[in-house]
Design a protein around this ligand. Structure first.
Ligand code: SF4
Length: 434
């Protein structure tokens, strides 16, 4: 079977980044990208375990691929990422169609593991913690103008609902030189907008270098136009970082700051390390320090024992803070985490009802925030043609808002275009290139 591969990615920016590194690794070994799973010699599913639903989706996909594997026995099927790390070898017993299980910190061995199976070797599982940051190739984002560079991996925070410290390990920061080299390699490939990613970027530390210093260094890489970062933790985000954002002309005016709950009791049970009052202070400091800041967040409802009154505290805080956008979730117990063992797990219908109310509130705020941009002009980095067709292009503002716009010229991906906003929906600004 051909040395061709197909990767499907589930979950967060770190998984998108890891898939881009797996792609680069396989290309460096002489593999080519296939048009889809049917044409590939190896199919790699990069999985997410942060919520039960994400885990079910990827395991459902493994089930779907059983037929393809039966029709083409030479196909190598690999499961990578957080579900692989969490469940390990048991997956090989449970899914006979799977050839390889490879964890979050061992995917640098994937080319060897695939070759082993292709040569008739046994099915294999590797969930050891080696360093996936010492890979020979920079992440490959398939010619797109925006991409990610991991600055640190793992997390020491142990929020009680979160599985990340168990499947990604403890915090490890990468050397600043290595990060700068990877960004420079991405810029040479044509990327212009780089997001520095890590589970908790604000706690980056390597020798004397902290995250504000790293951000300034990344923004200084020649040829880069925009630098962003995700995800911040409110307990580690301070004035120096906000000043580095305000002072760096290439650092984008976007801060993703997860709130999670508006109730101090629930924040305590979550082990988040801040109160609602501290978050309000920080949001105000961020907005006053960084002009034009877009503030986005994550909010969880239905944490074990959350009362109706505590949920109302979250709604009230979301209404006051007026995030430009927020990812909203209902609590999903993850095996092995502390919160999964707490009493008073709420019924699904209560969680769904609360989530529905929160989504309606945030959608209204997001729409109002987008409508407030009508009449303004923004620099938009073109990403390509709109999926809706009609000759429109799509791109992003520095504040990370998606813009669909009509343009006389055929702006190539990565081109910066000045766009005047004429309309808005919850998800998109609509405009015309100036
Ligand atoms: S900060 Fe908390 S929610 Fe974020 S990755 Fe770490 S443990 Fe998970």
């Amino acid at each position: 079977m051909d040395a061709t591969f197909h990767i499907e990615t589930y979950g967060c920016q770190m998984n998108v980044y890891d898939s881009a590194r797996i792609r680069a690794l396989l290309l460096a070994e002489g593999w080519r990208e296939a048009g889809g799973p049917e044409a590939a010699g190896a199919v790699i599913l990069n999985s997410c375990a942060v919520r039960g639903h994400a885990e079910e989706r990827v395991l459902g996909r493994v089930g779907e691929l059983k037929g393809l594997k039966a029709a083409r026995p030479g196909l190598v099927l690999a499961l990578a990422g957080c579900v692989a790390q969490e469940r390990g070898r048991a997956l090989l017993d449970q899914y006979p169609q799977l050839d390889i299980v490879v964890g979050t910190e061992s995917y640098d061995r994937l080319p060897q593991l695939i070759q082993g199976v292709r040569r008739g070797g046994p099915r294999s599982c590797d969930t050891s913690f080696c360093s996936c940051d010492r890979l020979p190739a920079a992440a490959d984002f398939e010619g797109r103008p925006a991409g990610y560079a991991a600055v640190m991996r793992g997390c020491d925070n142990f929020c009680t609902y979160c599985i990340v410290p168990y499947v990604r390990g403890r915090e490890r920061s990468r050397p600043p030189r290595e990060i700068a080299d990877e960004i420079a390699a991405m810029v040479r490939r044509g990327l212009r907008d780089i997001t520095l990613v890590g589970q908790n970027v604000n706690s980056y530390r390597y020798g004397d270098a902290d995250f504000p210093a790293l951000l300034a260094a990344a923004a200084g890489v020649p040829g880069i136009e925009r630098v962003r970062f995700i995800t911040s933790h409110p307990k580690d985000c301070g004035r120096r970082l906000l000043e580095a954002m305000a002072d760096g002309p290439r650092v984008c005016e976007h801060l993703h700051l997860p709130l999670q709950s508006g109730s101090d009791r629930i924040l305590g049970l979550m082990n988040r390390g801040y109160t609602a009052a501290r978050f309000i202070e920080l949001a105000a400091l961020a907005r006053s320090t960084v002009p034009g800041l877009s503030l986005t967040s994550d909010v969880i409802v239905g944490f074990p024992g959350e009362t109706e009154a505590e949920f109302r505290e979250t709604l009230a805080l979301v209404a006051d803070l007026r995030f430009d956008a927020a990812f909203t979730y209902r609590y999903s117990p993850r095996p092995g985490t502390k919160a999964a063992g707490l009493p008073d797990q709420l019924p699904e219908e209560v969680k769904l009802g609360r989530l529905d109310e929160l989504i309606k509130l945030q959608n209204r705020i997001t729409l109002e925030s987008n409508q407030a941009e009508v009449g303004k002009s923004f620099e938009v980095m073109t990403e390509g043609p709109s999926r809706k067709g009609g000759g429109q292009l799509v791109g992003r503002t520095r504040s990370n808002k998606v813009v669909a716009f009509a343009s006389d010229s055929d702006a190539a991906p990565g081109a910066m275009v000045q766009v005047r906003i004429s309309g808005a929906t919850t998800g998109t600004l609509i405009g015309v290139s100036a």
